[in-house]
Ligand binder design. Structure first.
Ligand SMILES: Nc1ncnc2c1ncn2[C@@H]1O[C@H](COP(=O)(O)OP(=O)(O)OP(=O)(O)O)[C@@H](O)[C@H]1O
Ligand SMILES: [Mg+2]
Length: 279
């Protein structure tokens, strides 16, 4: 499957995105089919400039939108979703639309609602990396050694758990603070590294060579508690997709379009997770 990945921004004026092939009979084609017989443009296309419109109407194939801050990239992304729905190219449930923050997800939903109305309510896969990550994990929890009702630890819970592990290993938490270990583990997770993938050199950075072992012990504790931390929401998803190609294939069939706002900000784990889904 190809990914229409939305990215920051629009090209500078004059370097317009290539004109899209129009679907015969589609609204856009009818609108452009000259003469007075042309159907009116859907309202949502009216307010766009030429580059935005070309990007919105490029439905097929991967698409990267690059432009400066506040130039209307998110507007392109949301309008493109409305256009895909309006043309009947996908059902709302077949679009994966990912943002970084809950606020951005809410705004995206509102903007799409203003264009297509309640159809947006049928988009369960519009949300943050975390919310979509947890949704996917809940559906297949048992395949990654969790039970469906698993809990998600917040940072305080995470630190508390790591303190217990440090105490059990007789590691002085004044010298090697749990918070530092939490940051180190988060860093590994954001780079898509499971305990066995952390290089020995890096793993030895914490507590004179105990980093990797503590990371492994932490993961084992989480499993025993039927819990995950934020990093696991993607890392366990990546593992799920890699170890269960049938599950991944099911998502490939499901998602006809994948759109990512602020794509330039993706970390390695987010990139790997997206790439697996978009392959
Ligand atoms: N063609 C347009 N005509 C009028 N207003 C527009 C147009 N395109 C975008 N806007 C408005 O400009 C503002 C910024 O747009 P948008 O949020 O889509 O930009 P962005 O590139 O995603 O910004 P950011 O870099 O902050 O993510 C919004 O209020 C949007 O409605
Ligand atoms: Mg934006």
């Amino acid at each position: 499957m190809s990914i229409p990945v939305e990215h920051k921004g629009l090209r500078p004026a004059g370097e317009g995105v290539e004109a899209p092939a129009l679907r015969p009979g589609g609204i856009a084609a009818r609108a452009r089919a000259g003469g007075g017989a042309a159907a009116p443009l859907p309202n949502y296309l009216n307010g766009l400039n030429a580059e935005q419109r070309a990007a919105v109407e490029t439905i097929d194939g991967p698409l990267l939108v690059l432009a400066g801050a506040g130039t209307g990239k998110t507007r392109v992304l949301t309008t493109r979703i409305a256009h895909i729905l309006n043309l009947g190219r996908a059902f709302p449930s077949q679009i994966l639309a990912v943002t970084f923050t809950n606020k951005a997800a809410r705004e995206m939903k509102e903007r799409i609602h203003s264009m297509v109305g309640d159809a947006v309510e049928g988009m369960p896969w519009l949300g943050t990396f975390h919310s979509i990550g947890v949704r996917i994990l809940r559906r297949h929890a048992e395949l990654v050694g969790l039970k469906n009702g698993f809990t998600i630890l917040d940072t305080d819970d995470q630190i508390r758990l790591l303190k217990q592990l440090l105490a059990a290993e007789n590691i002085d938490d004044k010298r090697w603070p749990a918070r530092l270990l939490a940051n180190t583990i988060d860093g590994w997770k954001n780079r898509g590294l499971s305990p066995q993938n952390v290089s020995p050199g890096e793993g030895s950075a914490f507590a004179n060579g105990k980093g990797q072992m503590l990371y492994a012990a932490y993961q084992a504790r989480l499993k025993a508690l039927n819990a995950v931390d934020f990093g696991d929401l993607l890392l366990e998803g990546i593992r799920l997709f890699r170890e269960h190609p049938d599950v991944l294939a099911d998502y490939h069939r499901r998602f006809k379009f994948i759109l990512v706002d602020e794509y330039q900000d993706t970390n390695v784990a987010q990139y790997l997770w997206l790439r697996l889904l978009a392959q």
